[in-house]
Structures are given as structure tokens and as C-alpha cells.
Design a binder for this molecule. Structure first.
Ligand code: ATP
Ligand code: LTN
Length: 334
């Protein structure tokens, strides 16, 4: 708790351009949470280097992500938006928690298995201990809730296990966090293969819509989206391509599945795909405009980065000091 509010924590890796999957599944659902919770949203740039990054590109992506948080509606006065690398306590707590996490637990993580298969030439120790750093992120802020997509649930389970293990040895040090699932857009699928989740690291750019794609690109990509040989706009397990488009349209317009099926009755896919493209563009255009304005205002963004880093450091250091004391690290007497 901070004051009378429970704490909510999440982060996105600063790895590339965000897709509408990241937006509809994550960012958008975070916007109004600050009324109810004390919210921290990090730019996880330390997690990013578990896969090789170009330094200039990593710097650029981190800043873009933080700016996009604001453009998407996260008020930086009410939400603590900060760079993970500006808070040294993350790495320090991660080291301590590494000593309370078992090799067997980390070996079972599906993201580690997937990523080490994908980057065979760079299976580094950081990739293996990635979930411990994520646990440190969450536990430093004594988070009650962590809004993430289904793909991150396993990491959250591990975080809980580590926290409970630590508490069982040292007493009540950490709050045990719970996963917080959004109401809509839980899993947006690839436009080219609706059995796979939409992912920014897909090698085919037609598989995803980026938050920064312009209207023409968005409409072109939806026109090429895989559907089926039928022509009916109907939600069904045997029509995964069309159902994914219905989900996206519903998420962007607030309409129900039944309303959408009715709206496009007898019209075929051409009209429907165009409408989906337009609805997505209508949601993204104002964000892109705000983003363009914000990026021109260098001093404003710099100020936010500085102030929020201070706030994040304050809360993180409180927990870190408590943990250091518990494990037996003496305080430096000045
Ligand atoms: P990559 O594909 O490069 O591994 P990613 O696109 O999955 O990355 P992350 O940084 O891992 O992006 O995820 C950020 C947040 O967005 C997480 O909470 C994740 O659950 C959510 N998310 C990512 N893709 C989707 C999707 N297709 N549908 C819904 N939510 C998603
Ligand atoms: N691993 C997460 C990003 C992330 C995160 C966190 C999410 C890093 N630290 C703490 C929630 C809480 C991902 O989405 N790939």
C-alpha cells in the first residue's frame, strides 16, 4: 500500500515498435487504473539487453516507449513512468533474489526455451535469469497487482514463489503480487497466421499493425489479412482469422460481436476489412498526433524522466534497504 492505495506495477521491454497487440492487450487497459491504484510503469531497458541491441537504437526505443506511454493516455503526474536503468535497486535486488531462485525453476520457463532456441548464438546467463529481474521489478514496489498478458503469467507465478520463499525465511518482507487481467484485447493474433499471437518480432510485417503505422498502411495490411474461403462475417472457432478481426474491431469500437455480425451481414470480407482498418486508424491517429507533439517537447520529456526516476528510486530503495538488512548486509555508517 502507498497511502490508502494498492500498488499496481507493469513494464514493457524497450525492444522495438509496439503493435496494436501491445496497445489493446496492455497499454490501453492501464490508462484509468491510476484512479484506483498507485501505478508504476517501467521501460524495461535492462531486460532488453538479454538479446543483443544496437546502443543508439536501444536509447531511441526507450525514449519512444516512454513517450508513447504518455501519448496513449498515461498521465505522468499520476503514474510513475520511468526507465528501469535509472533505478539501481532493480539490479541489486535481482542479485539477491538470484540466490533464492533455483536453476530448475528457471529451466522450466517457456520464454527462456523459446528465446534460447531463437537466439542460439547468444544463450547468455541474463536470458536465463530474466524472470528474476522481473521479480525484482515487481517486489521492489511491493506491488499488489501486475497487469500482463497471458504470455507473462508463468513469470508472475515464479515471482510469487520467490517472494513466498523469501518471506518464509525472513518474515513479511514482500507483498505477494497477483496477476491483473484486462477486460478486452487479451490476445490479438497475427494477421497472417491467426494461430500465432501478433508479435513485433514477426519477420513478416504484414502480420502486425504497428502503433505508428499510417492509415494507408493499416488498411493495406488488413486487406491482406488471412481469412477463409467463406464470405460470412461470423465469430467462430473454425474461423480464427475472421474472429480475430472481429475482436480487433470490437476492441476499437466498443461494439459487441452480435452487433458486428449484424452490421456486416451479407456484405462479404472486403467491406468488413476496410471498416476494421478505419476503426483501428481512428484509434491510433490521435495517439500518433499526441506522440508527434510530445516528441518535439524535449525538455518536457526530460523533466518527466528525471522526476519519475526520483520517485521510483525513493520507493525502490525503501524495499531494498529492508531486504539488505534482513539478509545481513550492514549499513554504511557515514
Ligand atoms: P516480442 O513479440 O518481441 O517478444 P511482445 O510484442 O510480446 O514482444 P512484450 O514487450 O513482451 O511484447 O509485451 C508487452 C505487453 O504486451 C505484455 O503485457 C504482453 O502480454 C502484451 N502483449 C504482447 N503481444 C500481445 C498480443 N498479441 N495481444 C495482447 N497482448 C499482447
Ligand atoms: N517481461 C515482460 C516485461 C516486464 C514486466 C516486468 C512486466 C519486465 N519487467 C515487471 C510486468 C512486471 C514482458 O512483457 N515481456
Amino acid at each position: 500500500m502507498i497511502g490508502d492505495k494498492k500498488v499496481l506495477y507493469s513494464a514493457v521491454q524497450a525492444t522495438g515498435n509496439l503493435t496494436i497487440g501491445n496497445y489493446l492487450g496492455a497499454l490501453r487497459n492501464w490508462v484509468n487504473l491510476c484512479d484506483e491504484y498507485e501505478c508504476f510503469f517501467a521501460v524495461a531497458n535492462e531486460h532488453s539487453i538479454t538479446v543483443r541491441q544496437e546502443p543508439a537504437a536501444l536509447r531511441k526505443h526507450a525514449r519512444e516507449l516512454l513517450t508513447l506511454y504518455i501519448a496513449a493516455g498515461l498521465d505522468p503526474e499520476k503514474n510513475c513512468l520511468y526507465y528501469q536503468s535509472h533505478v539501481p535497486a532493480h539490479a541489486e535486488l535481482a542479485w539477491i533474489l538470484n540466490c533464492y531462485t533455483y536453476m530448475g525453476e528457471l529451466s522450466r520457463m517457456t520464454q527462456f526455451k523459446d528465446k534460447s532456441a531463437k537466439h542460439e548464438d547468444n544463450v547468455n546467463a541474463g536470458l536465463f535469469t530474466y524472470p528474476v529481474l522481473m521479480a525484482a521489478d515487481i517486489l521492489l514496489f511491493q506491488a499488489d497487482y501486475v497487469p500482463v498478458g497471458v504470455d507473462q503469467k508463468q513469470h508472475l507465478e515464479l515471482t510469487r514463489d520467490i517472494a513466498m520463499r523469501f518471506n518464509s525465511i525472513y518474515g513479511d518482507v514482500f507483498t505477494i503480487p497477483e496477476v491483473y487481467l484486462g477486460k478486452t484485447g487479451r490476445k490479438i493474433m497475427s494477421l497472417q497466421d491467426p494461430s500465432k499471437k501478433m508479435s513485433k518480432s514477426d519477420e513478416n510485417p504484414n502480420a502486425y499493425i504497428l502503433m505508428m503505422d499510417d492509415k494507408d498502411t493499416i488498411i493495406r495490411k488488413f486487406k491482406r489479412a488471412i481469412t477463409d474461403s467463406d464470405t460470412q462475417v461470423r465469430y467462430s472457432d473454425d474461423k480464427p482469422g475472421v474472429s480475430n478481426l472481429i475482436d480487433i474491431y470490437a476492441s476499437c469500437t466498443g461494439k459487441s460481436t452480435e452487433e458486428i455480425e449484424k452490421e456486416f451481414e451479407g456484405q462479404g470480407y472486403g467491406q468488413f476489412k476496410l471498416a476494421v482498418g478505419e476503426a483501428v486508424a481512428d484509434v491510433l491517429t490521435p495517439i500518433q498526433e499526441r506522440y508527434a507533439d510530445l516528441s518535439k517537447n524535449k525538455d518536457y520529456i526530460d523533466g518527466i524522466i528525471k522526476n519519475n526516476a526520483e520517485k521510483a528510486n525513493y520507493f525502490a530503495n525503501k524495499t531494498l534497504r529492508k531486504v539488505q538488512k534482513k539478509v545481513g548486509f550492514p549499513e554504511l555508517i557515514r
